[in-house]
Ligand binder design. Structure first.
Ligand code: SAM
Length: 233
């Protein structure tokens, strides 16, 4: 997969791509990225990228010309182009799976009050919100989207670890434990030490269900409406 990230803070983007398993995926050539500085596409001597909104109001808006020129340079008309914005469709695991099938994705990182609507009209395929809150930076939102997508690419994680994750079955994942057996007086549930895989599976399913009931009853309702039962046999 090729990821092209357009931002006013290329140092921030670089630090993201050079960290942890994302850096390993780049090293293994599972993905490559282009870190595009929108400011490189300005034409005035102050390298201006923002301006006041028409109609008045607080804040600044990313100007269309430099951003449009950057988008044209990375071939936004040929590839799926994403603008992370609180005003977009809500992101979820199914959406991440859909995006992971693309060969190339372009991300526009907004700042200030956002970007000129005409850029959205001309270039953007998906406006995506990562949640019902407002961040100051489109970079962080783009990182969330990229992280959720790239880990689904073949060769990044084992298929087993993806299979059992939260949302895959429509439920939240069961609790995880590692050594030591007792930590600050709290014991690992006996069943996980039993070696009985059928019982462990059963316990995990029950825990998944309890956790989902507690934190996300809406997910159980959705499974019910879709006639899917509780996402496991
Ligand atoms: N004025 C905008 C509004 O009310 O919708 C908010 C702009 S926000 C301060 C600056 C940038 O952060 C946005 O252009 C967007 O790229 C990003 N952003 C903030 N919250 C986000 C969210 N929940 N999902 C996706 N992107 C977000």
């Amino acid at each position: 997969m090729i990821l092209k990230v357009l931002s006013l803070f290329p140092g921030f983007v670089e630090s993201f791509f050079s960290t942890s398993i994302l850096a390993k995926a780049v090293e293994k050539r599972i993905l490559s990225y282009e870190n595009v500085n929108i400011r490189d596409y300005t034409t005035d001597k102050h390298r201006t990228c923002d301006d006041a909104p028409y109609g008045g109001g607080a804040g600044m808006v990313l100007k269309p010309e430099p951003l449009g020129a950057a988008l044209a340079a990375v071939g936004a008309d040929q590839f799926r182009t994403i603008y992370p914005t609180p005003g977009g469709r809500l992101f979820n695991q199914a959406y991440a799976e859909e995006l992971s099938k693309e060969e190339t994705l372009i991300f526009i990182c907004g700042r200030y009050e956002g970007i000129d609507q005409r850029i959205i009209d001309l270039y953007v395929d998906d406006e995506i919100s990562i949640g019902d809150y407002v961040l100051s930076s489109g970079e962080l939102a783009a990182f969330v989207l990229i992280d959720a997508v790239f880990r689904l690419l073949p060769g990044v994680l084992s298929s087993e670890s993806l299979e059992e994750e939260s949302y895959k079955s429509g439920l939240l994942e069961y609790p995880q434990y590692t050594r030591p057996e007792v930590y600050q007086g709290l014991r690992v549930p006996e069943i996980l030490l039993s070696g009985n895989h059928a019982l462990i599976q059963q316990w995990r399913k029950e825990q998944s269900l309890c956790k989902t009931q507690r934190y996300r009853p809406d997910l159980l309702e959705k499974l019910k409406q879709e006639g899917k039962g509780y996402g496991f046999n």
